[in-house]
Design a protein around this ligand. Structure first.
Ligand code: APR
Length: 315
């Protein structure tokens, strides 16, 4: 699918906002690809903008050669504290979980209208789940599960964990540290999520005996994307009749290669504050500006404003 140097020609009939609205009205298999830009209105910084995560990491941890090291698995295994100290800044605040952004709620409305083929999100804040978008692939994982790097036991995140993460505290494996009995009640609630797996094999690096730290279920650099991404992507790229990219700089493969893996006839729309500088990607329409504002305008033109509204939790 990825032909060397090929750039898809723009579709001549798709040029304006009203063309985009007609497309949305007539499409039934919309592929949404979103990034950190759809959560910034909730106070969650994106990665590469001024004042974003990487700029903050660089300022706080100048010893890191590259701010992305904060999300590097080997670095985490050696010392999880910088990650956990910083996680508090990217972990969704309570009010965001209660009321995701207008973009999240618009994507949920696409699903309720039977138009959403799939939402591929690069975000780890889990707000697509909070917005009730069930057809979501969390390409870079999420904070919703935790796994011990020593005994490999995984479980759903619980309120006590959220409390810890918002305070920048490292979360340790209660079983390995022998504290499990102390939290029997909490454990029962999180184990009920059916995510507990007791496989004994450690998942730390060979020969290195890591602290029994719980690693959030986000995809660190050095880790593979979730299998569900690979199980869905080929068929979804074949079935999509429209691509809507919202709030991402498209810097990280393989997600960033999705637009140029689509058939040239599939219309591609960008909603973002800035153009996307990625080789061989050509959108038919680039709606540049604040994504919540643009998507709210689109929703009004679709006659969806009352369906989405500003109500609390969508699901
Ligand atoms: N409205 C529109 N666009 C916005 C808004 C907004 N309110 N806020 C931010 N943006 C845009 C920025 O201009 C930028 O182009 O969203 C994009 C966010 O880009 P990044 O910060 O690079 O975030 P993202 O594309 O999601 O990063 C992808 O990189 O480091 C990895 O794993 C990390 O998932 C992340 C991946």
């Amino acid at each position: 699918i990825l032909e060397r140097g090929y750039v898809r020609p723009k579709l001549p009939e798709i040029n304006t906002l009203s063309d985009v609205v007609s497309l949305l009205r007539n499409s039934e298999n919309i592929l949404v690809l979103c990034g950190a830009g759809i959560s910034t209105s909730l106070g969650i910084p994106d990665f590469r903008s001024e004042g974003g995560i990487y700029e903050r990491v660089q300022a706080r941890y100048p010893f890191l050669d590259d701010p992305q090291m904060l999300f590097d698995l080997d670095q985490f295994l050696v010392d999880p504290r910088p990650f956990y100290e910083f996680a508090a800044e990217i972990f969704p605040p309570e009010e965001a979980l209660r009321k995701p952004s207008f973009c999240h709620r618009f994507i949920a409305q696409l699903e309720r209208s039977g138009k959403l083929l799939r939402c591929y999100t690069q975000n780890i804040d889990g707000l697509e789940r909070a917005a009730g978008i069930s057809r979501t692939i969390f390409c870079h994982g999420s904070f919703d599960t935790l796994r011990c790097v020593k005994c490999n036991r995984s479980r759903a995140i619980c309120e006590q964990d959220r409390h810890q993460i918002r305070r920048g505290n490292v979360i340790y494996c209660e079983r390995c540290t022998g504290e499990e009995a102390l939290h029997a009640n909490d454990k029962r609630s999180s184990l009920d999520d059916g995510l507990a797996s007791d496989s004994e094999d450690s998942c730390g690096s060979d020969g290195f005996d890591p602290e029994p730290v719980m690693k959030p279920g986000i995809v660190f650099f050095g880790e593979p994307l979730p299998q569900e991404f690979f199980d869905s992507i080929e068929d979804d790229l074949r079935r999509a009749d429209m691509l809507l990219v919202i709030g991402t700089s498209l810097q990280v493969a393989p997600v960033a290669d999705m637009p140029r893996s689509l058939d040239a006839s599939v219309p591609q729309i960008l909603v973002n504050r800035e153009v996307v500088a990625r080789a061989r990607i050509q959108f038919d329409v680039e709606l540049l500006g604040d994504c919540d504002f643009i998507v709210r305008l689109i929703a009004e033109l679709l006659g969806w404003s009352d369906k989405i509204g500003d109500t609390e939790r969508c699901s």
